[in-house]
Design a protein around this ligand. Structure first.
Ligand code: NI
Length: 187
């Protein structure tokens, strides 16, 4: 399966700033696209990837959680609660990191990659992934919300190390070996 090109800010600003349109139907074509996005996300050591990040103007994103990649199609945020400031990164803003205040819990609904309606009560890191990706569907990037003073760039060397760490964990999981750390990726 081919790796997809990831939209980069600011070169691909037009795509990344558009508001995405709802998905009308979960088709085999969409499911193939989700598979290609999953491969692309893992290759780039990400934990989430929204459709506009691969030049698709549709309301869905994929995410990795507990060793599985799933999609959330036409997501809606039903409730949020709490507040925390944590570091984030984005595959469309390579090597940039910064602290973003977000709710610590988000109840979201949508349709998964098999076309089933789901409702997920997400906390902490998963809630953060969901809210970061849903922002992408509305043309919002984490730099819009980040604490400006916290923004910093990883060096190319540090980014290489980050990607290598994530790939090592993915490889261990594939072999069924225990993983003690869950390296945090970009979305
Ligand atoms: Ni992102």
């Amino acid at each position: 399966m081919p790796l997809l090109k990831i939209a980069i800010y600011p070169e691909d600003e037009k795509m990344l700033r558009d508001r995405c349109r709802p998905v009308v139907k979960v088709t085999p074509r969409l499911q193939r696209l989700i598979d290609d996005m999953a491969e692309t996300m893992q290759d780039a050591a990400g934990v989430g990837l929204a459709a506009p990040q691969v030049f698709v103007n549709q309301r869905f994103f994929i995410y990795e959680w507990n060793d599985r990649v799933d999609a959330l199609i036409n997501p809606e945020v039903l409730e949020v609660e709490g507040e925390a400031s944590e570091e984030e990164g984005c595959l469309s803003l390579p090597r940039l990191q910064g602290k973003v205040v977000r709710p610590t819990r988000a109840l979201v609904s949508g349709v998964n990659r098999r076309g089933r309606r789901v409702r997920i009560d997400a906390e902490d890191y998963l809630a953060r992934i969901f809210l970061h990706e849903i922002d992408h569907l509305n043309g919002v990037l984490f730099i819009d919300k980040a604490d400006r003073t916290s923004l910093h760039w990883l060096t190319e060397e540090e980014e290489k190390e980050r990607v290598a760490r994530v790939h090592e964990v993915l490889e261990k999981r594939r072999r069924g070996e225990p993983v003690d750390v869950d390296p945090r990726g970009a979305g």
